[in-house]
Design a binder for this molecule. Structure first.
Ligand SMILES: [Zn+2]
Length: 118
C-alpha cells in the first residue's frame, strides 16, 4: 500500500469512519464491515492513492474529477449522506478538520485527458 500522509491520510481515516458508521447502523454485520462495505472501503483507498491531486487533494465533495465508477459513486454517496452529519457527533475532531479542508478548492490541473475512470 502506498504511503499516504497529511491530508490524504486524514481523508482515508475519515472515509473509513464514515463507512464504518454507515455499515454498523444500516447493515449491522457481526464485527467489522459487511462484504459490500469492505469492498467500498478498499476501493476508496485505491482512489485516494491514485488521486491526481496528491497532497493538494481537495475533499472529494469539492473535487472536479469524478474518479469513482458509477456504482461505487452511488454507494459512497449513500455513505456520505448518512454519515456526514453524524460524524460531528461520533468523531468531532475529524469532522471539523474535514470541514476546514473543504474550504479549499482544487488546484488547477493541466489539461491531460488521461484521468483514469475506474
Ligand atoms: Zn455494510
Amino acid at each position: 500500500m502506498a504511503e499516504l500522509s497529511g491530508r490524504l491520510l486524514r481523508e482515508r481515516v475519515t472515509v473509513d469512519k464514515m463507512i464504518e458508521l454507515y455499515c454498523h447502523e444500516n447493515h449491522a454485520p457481526q464485527g467489522g464491515l459487511c462484504a459490500e462495505c469492505a469492498g467500498l472501503s478498499e476501493y476508496a483507498h485505491q482512489r485516494l492513492e491514485k488521486c491526481v491531486f496528491g497532497a493538494e487533494k481537495p475533499t472529494c465533495a469539492n473535487c472536479p474529477v469524478h474518479c469513482y465508477r458509477p456504482e461505487m459513486r452511488a454507494n459512497i454517496r449513500a455513505v456520505m449522506r448518512y454519515s456526514g452529519p453524524r460524524m460531528l457527533l461520533h468523531h468531532p475532531v475529524l469532522a471539523l478538520r474535514h470541514l476546514l479542508d473543504g474550504r479549499d478548492t482544487a488546484p488547477e490541473l493541466e489539461r491531460r485527458g488521461d484521468v483514469e475512470e475506474n
